[in-house]
Structures are given as structure tokens and as C-alpha cells.
Design a protein around this ligand. Structure first.
Ligand code: RTP
Ligand code: MG
Length: 141
């Protein structure tokens, strides 16, 4: 398997609940390394652009409201099979359906407040890493 980079976001609900460290620990214990990380308050335009694939869906405006409701932590995770591994650690979109022991099962309260984002494919990962980070920021090690 190849070493990959994936884009992770610790969403406003998890930041509000002081879960940044607990979530980063799960990534590190699973063998993923943080290679870039920043805390920021997303603008509506940034959130809309990031989730552009969902524009027009019934949950889109609520998703943008939520993602701009407080600071998030955006980070690039690196490791073997990082994209799929991160999605496994996150669990299903709806925490009620997420496997026991996953981040969303343990920390998310609802499908629209689900603690973390993770890139869902190599194409998404490349786009999403570049959305937040310059090339020189993701190649420090
Ligand atoms: P994410 O992009 O945030 O990692 O989540 P995901 O891949 O698991 O799910 P996705 O389909 O990309 O949806 C993005 C976010 O929109 C909200 N959502 N609500 N039926 C609904 O009410 C619904 N479907 C999606 C979720 O908060 C999801 O994380
Ligand atoms: Mg998604």
C-alpha cells in the first residue's frame, strides 16, 4: 500500500467539546501522522466551496451554518492507506449507524453535528489538501 495524504477537519461541535486532543490521539495511535494543522473560523464562502459537491441538497444550508458556527481544526494526515484508514476511524456519517469505537460513534451527537470530516477518495484528498494548504506546508517531513 502507498503512503497517502488526506484532509481531516475537526468540526465545530468537537472543538467546542474540547475533543481536539482525543481525536488527534486516535489518528496518531492508528499510525497516521499530522503533517500540517491550523485552527480557523471558516467563512461562508470557504465552507460553501469546500462542500461544493453538496450544493443544492436539502442539508446544504444547514451544513454551511454548522461549519461556520465556530472554529475548526484543518489538518493533513499522512500514512499508509491514510484516506481509507481515516474514514474507518471516523465511522459512518450518521453516528447512530457508526461502528462502535469509531470517532463518530463515541463523540458525534447527530448526522449534522458529526465531529469530523475526512476526504473520501484520492481525488477529493488532493483537492481538499490544496484547498487549505500550500505545497510547502504539507512537505515538512
Ligand atoms: P464529511 O464530508 O463531512 O466527511 O461527511 P461524509 O463524507 O461522511 O458525508 P457527506 O455525504 O459528504 O455529507 C457531508 C456532511 O453533510 C451532512 N449530511 N447531512 N441526510 C442528511 O441530513 C445529511 N447527509 C449529509 C453531514 O453532516 C455530513 O458530514
Ligand atoms: Mg464527504
Amino acid at each position: 500500500m502507498a503512503v497517502e495524504q488526506t484532509l481531516s477537519i475537526i468540526k465545530p461541535d468537537a472543538v467546542r467539546k474540547n475533543l481536539i486532543g482525543a481525536i488527534v490521539s486516535r489518528f496518531e495511535q492508528a499510525g497516521l501522522s499530522v503533517v500540517a494543522q491550523r485552527m480557523l473560523l471558516l467563512s461562508r464562502a470557504q465552507a460553501e466551496g469546500f462542500y461544493a459537491e453538496h450544493q443544492g441538497k436539502p442539508f446544504f444550508d444547514g451544513l454551511v451554518d454548522f461549519m461556520t458556527s465556530g472554529p475548526v481544526v484543518v489538518q493533513v494526515l499522512s500514512g499508509e492507506n491514510a484516506i481509507a484508514l481515516n474514514r474507518e476511524l471516523m465511522g459512518a456519517t450518521d453516528p447512530a449507524k457508526a461502528a462502535p469505537g469509531t470517532i463518530r460513534a463515541d463523540y458525534a451527537e447527530a448526522i449534522n453535528k458529526n465531529a469530523v470530516h475526512g476526504s473520501d477518495s484520492p481525488t477529493s484528498a488532493a483537492r481538499e489538501v490544496a484547498y487549505f494548504f500550500a505545497t510547502h506546508e504539507v512537505n515538512l517531513r
